[in-house]
Design a protein. Structure first.
Ligand code: ASP
Length: 318
């Protein structure tokens, strides 16, 4: 029952606890989800979001994020390199401009003009993240040359036989419904580890990593962004709820679409969370859901009964 905060992965309590606290103090769902995402972005021990995120193939960190309340209330930034908090900056894009999305150096400049404190490229890249990148770039066994075509010099045949996938990606998506029955979502990531520089995944793209419509519901995705982008994953889940699907039916169908339309490799994983639209007077709220293509994914849920980290309610390929 609302109020409630639902986020991706087992680091969810880092997001949910301050988000819940903000909502308990009367903050809106939008305030809460941004406070939650910001807490994860500021935690240098989480190496897939914000400070401490693993860098791209060139060794530089870039951050993506978005926020949404409704089709006419969305903001996004991609490829930030000097600021740690894409979701808070995305909110400013939504509230202070007529646009939805800013990217690259101009997004960094916008953040600067808006008074955010730059942490700088060096501040985003922790010693741990730099060491992981150095291991990756120096060890051909860990470099999937096919994936980084054009960025990494081609391997000889012997090296190719030894090479293996080495992916790391875990976006924080935070969905909330507040006491007034209003939905909001935030999504933040450093993207796929060692990505081709300039690559932007699903997370900051409205309708892919996150979609919220007060009339239909909210959904968010984590995992291989390219799979989500090919299916407009979050938009699809919300549209299914608009047509009457329950949250678990909606996310299961959106994930099934991925399994049907892509040839999945053993490393491919996508997980989704969803909240039903606010209840109308006299109606019972439609609830929430969490599902994944493969095992190994957890969500974090916080409501009046406290915060719990739990495995997905449904795994498509157990
Ligand atoms: N979806 C993110 C991306 O592809 C990464 C993740 O969620 O793990 O950039």
């Amino acid at each position: 029952m609302p109020p409630l905060i639902l986020s991706t992965w087992s680091f969810g309590p880092v997001a949910n606890n301050p988000a819940w606290e903000a909502m308990s103090r009367g903050g809106s769902a939008l305030d809460a989800v941004i406070i939650g995402a910001t807490a994860v972005e500021n935690d240098p021990t989480i190496n897939s979001v914000g400070i401490g995120g693993l860098p791209d193939a060139s060794g530089r960190v870039s951050l993506d994020g978005c926020v949404m309340e409704n089709p006419d209330r969305a903001g996004s930034v991609a490829c930030l390199r000097r600021f740690a908090n894409p979701c808070a900056i995305a909110r400013r894009v939504m509230e202070r401009t007529i646009h939805v999305m800013l990217v690259g150096e101009d997004a960094d400049r916008f953040a600067e003009r808006e008074g955010f404190a730059p942490i700088g490229e060096k501040g985003l890249l922790t010693d741990y993240a730099r060491a992981e990148w150095e291991k990756w770039i120096n060890d051909p066994r860990h470099v999937d040359r096919e994936k980084y075509r054009g960025w990494i010099p081609p391997l000889n045949v012997e090296e190719k036989a030894r090479s293996g996938p080495n992916q790391s990606h875990d976006t924080v998506c935070v969905l909330g419904i507040d006491g007034a029955g209003r939905l909001a979502g935030a999504c933040s990531t450093s993207g796929m580890a060692f990505k081709v520089p300039g690559r932007v995944g699903d997370s900051p793209i409205i309708g892919h990593g996150l979609y919220v419509d007060q009339e239909a519901g909210a959904a968010a995705a984590t995992g291989n962004g390219e799979l989500v982008m090919g299916t407009c994953g979050s938009f699809l889940a919300v549209e299914l709820m608009r047509l009457g699907a329950t949250p678990i039916e909606a996310v299961s169908e959106a994930l099934t679409r991925i399994t049907k339309r892509f040839k999945l490799g053993p490393d491919h994983q996508v997980a989704m969370i969803a909240l039903a639209r606010p209840a109308k007077p006299g109606e019972q709220w439609g609830g929430w859901a969490s599902a994944a293509i493969r095992p190994g994914y957890s969500h974090t849920i916080t409501d009046a009964a406290g915060t719990r980290v739990e495995p997905a309610q449904r795994v498509l390929m157990p």
